[in-house]
Design a protein. Structure first.
Length: 638
């Protein structure tokens, strides 16, 4: 409640200060944001204390913990369900707000005050939802259970510890460029300076979201028991859409800062990235989706979030429609320039986001207009429309790092990239003619493109005559990471092999040259579960490689059964075994996969994020100053 009061003050006082030219109110954002963050940390620590101390008088603790739950999972259980996860969301939002207040010396005081007011308004909305619709501190008084209901067994995993915090850092981080976009619109100063200030904040948020998505993919891969790393689930899409628009925003900000182009478009992308983050929060928490990732909550909470979504998104788009045309004329650029490559990148990413949005929301719209009839949109649709769009984007990516700002001489472009162009044409043609169009999309063509990107970026680094800037180095590293992801996806999808079989102890099966021998099953007791643990000996060419022990766990408190897959991991392949159900006196259903290059997907994701973090060390960002150096209406300097 204290944080809410201070957030309300933060949303009003700096804005009033700008209007009344009161310097004290204008500068109040720093202390107010600190207060918000401190009280949110205290709230979070109180809930942590309740979980670790098994305080089942707190309803949220009783519903999501148990005395036998290991301590690490008691900590992560704080964000294991809706109320606590939204407290984490709100605390992270408070942290971003305080960070903006602390590291925005390059802004004029009026722009900073406007940014802080927008951040305060967003904090106020989140805290109102937390207090009045999702309070994690509601009590089971005077009567309370002596033992808790336990955390969902699916969430009793290291993935819960790391995935949601990283994902929320990305989601909420897009509030910063959003606030800056709204501030520039209200001030009527849409220029390259706002891009210079927003760029490092956007890169940081985008990097965290990249890590969050990669961790979520990795968690789903080993935890769900079917060896899949992406399923086009609606909640997966909810995090992927702001990432795609955020990718477009990262590139567009670079063009706006360097060349003064795409100013209004970049503002719209900043609004869209955060709007899609809020849409993701609505889809996950409203109850309108059925998903392994979604929180099952009261739909009334979804109405609250929907109203907030309409207010924030609708209000910002109305403001953009009214003030978005205030930017000065566009700088000219050639269709052969880096600006043209970035524009192509932006359009393809926005189109890709749109087709995902349509596929995600269409079942909901269909259910409404047909009065309850249901339809599902799954991987066939998304693969058919998304992969071709991204294939074109990847081909453009081969050449974009070699282009120049303003204009690129065709002769220079073709002379320096002749081999690349010929290789692309040759291999794509060969793959299409001899293997068919589908293989180009899912296999050989993408592998060739990925290898080309990797080779040419390494060559680009080796050709550098001097140490590049952190921004340029980060760009190369992130593009390298994208190529690694493409290669991992293409090889995994096209070359993975798997079998679902019935096996008795002593039986063997061979998958991709690996022999899997089933040795039997034994009972194992865990801290809060009972397990049937199988044992498999894996060998190749008569040489034992590993002993794998997949499990089928039963959680007595939750009365739930979970599959725990076993893996042998190497750089170039995973051996993956999941135990199914017993199908006889001693036989079991077994799922075996050999998945080549699957680790490259997540390694590439981490490289993408690392590249974005590297750009934050560019000295230009620390030295940059907002170009409007005087604020005549206030009569003061920044």
């Amino acid at each position: 409640m204290l944080a809410l009061g201070l957030s309300l003050g933060l949303s009003i006082l700096p804005a009033v200060g700008v209007k009344t030219k009161d310097l004290t109110l204008i500068r109040s954002g720093g202390s107010l944001s600190l207060g918000v963050f401190v009280f949110l940390i205290i709230s979070f620590l109180c809930l942590l204390y309740a979980f670790v101390g098994d305080d089942f008088t707190v309803k949220y603790v009783a519903d999501n913990s148990n005395t036998a739950l290991p301590i690490p999972y008691k900590v992560s259980a704080i964000w294991g369900a809706h109320e606590g996860s939204f407290l984490l969301w709100t605390m992270i939002m408070g942290g971003w707000t305080f960070a903006v207040a602390s590291f925005s010396r390059s802004l004029t005081i009026d722009i900073k005050a406007r940014v802080m007011a927008v951040m305060g308004g967003l904090n106020t909305g989140f805290l109102c939802f937390l207090l009045f619709a999702s309070n994690p501190f509601e009590r089971n008084l005077p009567f309370h259970p002596q033992d808790g209901a336990d955390l969902n067994p699916l969430l009793q995993d290291f993935g819960l510890i790391v995935h949601p915090p990283m994902l929320y850092m990305g989601y909420v981080g897009f509030a910063v460029p959003f606030a800056m976009a709204i501030a520039t619109l209200t001030a009527g100063r849409i220029d390259a300076a706002w891009a210079r200030w927003s760029r490092p904040w956007t890169n940081a948020a985008w990097a965290f979201l990249t890590i969050g998505i990669a961790l979520g993919s990795w968690w789903a891969y080993y935890e769900l028991g079917w060896g899949g790393w992406w399923f086009w689930d609606a909640v997966e899409n909810a995090s992927f859409m702001p990432w795609l628009v955020g990718t477009a925003l990262v590139h567009s900000l670079a063009a706006t800062e360097k060349r003064g182009v795409f100013k209004s478009w970049t503002v719209l992308l900043a609004i869209s990235a955060f709007s899609l983050s809020l849409l993701g929060a609505f889809l996950v928490r409203s109850g309108v989706l059925t998903s392994v990732h979604a929180f099952a909550v009261d739909p009334a909470r979804g109405v609250f979030i929907l109203a907030f979504l309409i207010l924030v998104v609708g209000g910002s788009l109305l403001l953009y429609a009214y003030r978005g045309g205030l930017s000065p004329g566009l700088a000219s650029f050639s269709w052969k320039s880096r600006e043209a490559f970035i524009l192509s990148n932006n359009l393809l990413l926005v189109v890709a986001t749109s087709v995902i949005l349509i596929g995600t929301l269409y079942p909901l719209v269909y259910e409404v207009i047909t009065d309850g009839s249901k339809i599902s949109v799954g991987p066939p649709y998304f693969n058919a429309v998304f992969v071709p769009i991204m294939s074109v984007l990847f081909m453009i990516m081969v050449f974009s790092p070699f282009s120049r700002w303003g204009d690129t001489e065709l002769e220079l472009l073709f002379r320096k990239n002749r081999s690349k162009i010929l290789l692309v044409i040759f291999f794509v043609s060969m793959a299409t003619v001899f293997f068919g169009q589908d293989v180009f999309y899912y296999g050989l063509g993408l592998e060739i493109l990925a290898v080309m990107i990797i080779v040419f970026l390494i060559k680009k680094v080796l050709e550098l005559k001097q140490v590049p800037s952190a921004s340029y180095l980060g760009m190369l590293l992130s593009h390298f990471g994208v190529a690694v992801v493409i290669l991992g996806v293409a090889v995994t999808v096209y070359y993975s092999e798997g079998k679902d079989v019935r096996m008795d102890p002593g039986e063997k099966i061979v998958v991709s040259g690996y022999e899997f021998k089933f040795l039997g099953v034994e009972k194992v007791r865990g801290p809060n579960y009972l397990s049937d643990q199988a044992e498999f000996m894996v060998s190749r060419d008569a040489k034992v490689i590993a002993t794998l022990r997949p499990e089928k766990r039963f959680y007595p408190v939750a009365q739930d059964v979970m599959t725990e897959a076993a893996m042998h991991v190497s750089l170039f392949r995973d051996l993956y075994i999941a135990l199914g159900e017993p199908v006889g006196e001693s036989a079991w259903a077994v799922r075996v996969h050999v998945k080549p290059f699957v680790r490259w997907i997540w390694f590439g994701g981490l490289l993408i994020a690392l590249g974005a973090f590297v750009t934050l060390f560019d000295g230009r960002y620390r030295a940059a100053r907002y170009k409007t150096v005087q604020v005549p209406a206030l009569g003061v300097s920044p």
